[in-house]
Design a protein around this ligand. Structure first.
Ligand code: PH2
Ligand code: MG
Ligand code: MG
Length: 166
């Protein structure tokens, strides 16, 4: 399945972290492609540093649940401790599954697995996720509605998203 992941960091050397995480993801996604790096104003919680965001795409051979477990493991390897975080606050590394094929998945949390929703439930309001995604897949459409993400992104206000390096 073609998966698109969004990466973000605003603690430590965020460019380094994000680029090293992309290297780790090369072992997870076949034919991985990476978008540019963006420096982005924090959304939802303003009293924190700017983020570095990017996105990657590639083929994943397993299920979305298996991919989520893999990316959660990589987040932990890069020092993420969810127990110490505030919601929408600062983090060393966040990896979100933005898209998984053309599929829509909503899976409640269970004892074995965390809550999973694909497409990412806030993708449509976030330029920091949509702009790198559209670099990789300019024609991507929302599952079920067929709405073009390019149109959705164009309708959003400016959010302080600046491309900083290829
Ligand atoms: N992630 C958040 C909350 N706010 N803002 C930006 N600009 N970039 C992010 O990756 C981000 C955020 C929680 O995951
Ligand atoms: Mg996340
Ligand atoms: Mg996130």
């Amino acid at each position: 399945m073609l998966a698109v992941l969004g990466l973000g960091s605003n603690v430590g050397d965020s460019c380094r972290t994000v680029l090293d995480a992309v290297t780790a993801l090369e072992q997870v996604l076949d034919g991985l492609r990476r978008a540019s790096l963006y420096e982005t104003e924090p959304m939802y919680v303003a009293d924190q540093g700017k983020f570095i965001n990017t996105a990657v795409s590639g083929l994943y051979a397993g299920t979305a649940e298996e991919l989520l477990a893999r990316v959660n493991r990589i987040e932990a390897e890069f020092g993420r401790d969810r127990g110490k975080e505030r919601r929408w606050g600062e983090r060393t590394l966040d990896i979100d599954i933005l898209l998984f094929g053309g599929r829509r998945i909503v899976r409640p949390a269970s004892k074995k697995q965390p809550y999973l929703e694909i497409p990412h439930p806030r993708l449509k309001e976030r330029r920091f996720a949509l702009q790198p995604l559209l670099e990789l897949l300019p024609d991507a459409v929302e599952p079920e509605t067929g709405c073009a993400y390019a149109d959705i992104c164009r309708a959003l206000p400016e959010q302080g998203v600046r491309q900083i390096r290829l």
